[in-house]
Design a protein around this ligand. Structure first.
Ligand code: SF4
Ligand code: SF4
Ligand code: F3S
Length: 268
């Protein structure tokens, strides 16, 4: 597709681990090539772009100006706000992440927080949160779509971008601004092991005979009953697997403050 037909996407990295970008590159419907060449014009993405150094920063500023009001903004990572944002500075101009996110948000047609860090602060915001890490929606005054998950699946990322590209509006959102099509049901509602939960068949400790038989992981800390995400039906890595299929309970990674509030991941 011609550049004019494609929607400009600016993807910023704040305080993060790049796991969300790792998830993005595993997209298959459409795959990343098709997404980049047919649907979007990826103007800035620190992991995927060819430019480096001052040239990269120049590209970013150019895109922010040229496509003002028309670009999609995706943010990966929490925004450190303590000491006026000084815990994260980026590029040759020494701008803080806080400054950059606010500037980019001001000109965006829509804003997507990719992952629990950008959505709710994530592990960076875990107690005592020395950097004052916050979700993007807490530092800008526009609506932000939150794609909870550490990381969210590639389906949830690409599906949300594609929704905006195809319909020109935001999808229906839940109380935490997560798209309902992806976060409308609890992990527990569609879990492969749900039959064992209903039958009272539980893993009592990791490695026991019940674990070998694929019994329910509730007693070893599974947070699936309290977590909204589509992992059981969509899975990860080209539908290969997901945490509970791999034998570990859900950690509640798509929920706000899961690090502090659901932290007994491996205890009853
Ligand atoms: Fe990494 Fe998880 Fe944060 Fe994504 S949400 S950047 S995977 S820590
Ligand atoms: Fe529910 Fe977790 Fe048991 Fe699955 S493993 S049925 S999500 S408690
Ligand atoms: Fe996260 Fe639980 Fe899915 S830990 S990846 S929401 S199964």
């Amino acid at each position: 597709a011609e550049l004019a037909d494609r929607v400009p996407l600016i993807w910023l990295h704040m305080a993060e681990c790049t796991g969300c970008s790792e998830s993005l590159v595993r997209a298959d419907t459409p795959n990343l090539d098709s997404l980049i060449f047919d649907q979007i014009s990826l103007e800035y993405h620190e992991t995927l772009m060819a430019a480096a150094g001052w040239q990269a920063e120049e590209n970013l500023d150019h895109a922010l100006e040229t496509y003002k009001g028309n670009y999609l903004l995706a943010v990966e990572g929490a925004v450190p706000t303590a000491n006026n944002g000084a815990f994260l500075t980026l590029g040759c101009k020494g701008r803080t992440g806080l400054e950059l996110v606010r500037k980019a948000a001001a000109g965006a047609a829509a804003i997507v927080s990719v992952g629990t860090c950008a959505s709710f602060g994530g592990v960076q915001a875990a107690y005592p949160n020395p950097t004052g890490a916050k979700g993007v929606h807490q530092v800008v005054d526009k609506t932000v779509i939150n794609l909870g998950g550490c990381p969210p699946s590639e389906k949830n990322i690409v599906g949300t971008l594609m929704y905006f590209i195809m319909f020109g509006k935001l999808p229906a959102l839940d109380i935490y601004n997560r798209p309902k099509w992806a976060y409308g049901a609890r992990v527990h509602d569609n879990c492969d092991r749900r039959g064992h939960f209903d039958a009272g068949e539980f893993v009592e400790q990791f490695g026991d005979n019940n674990a070998k038989q694929g019994f329910c992981l509730y007693k070893v800390g599974c947070k699936g009953p309290y977590t909204y995400n589509n992992c059981p039906t969509e899975r990860f890595n080209h539908h290969t697997s997901w945490p509970i299929q791999a034998g570990h309970g859900c950690m509640g990674c798509s929920e706000p403050n899961f690090w502090d509030e659901m932290a007994d991941f491996e205890r009853p």
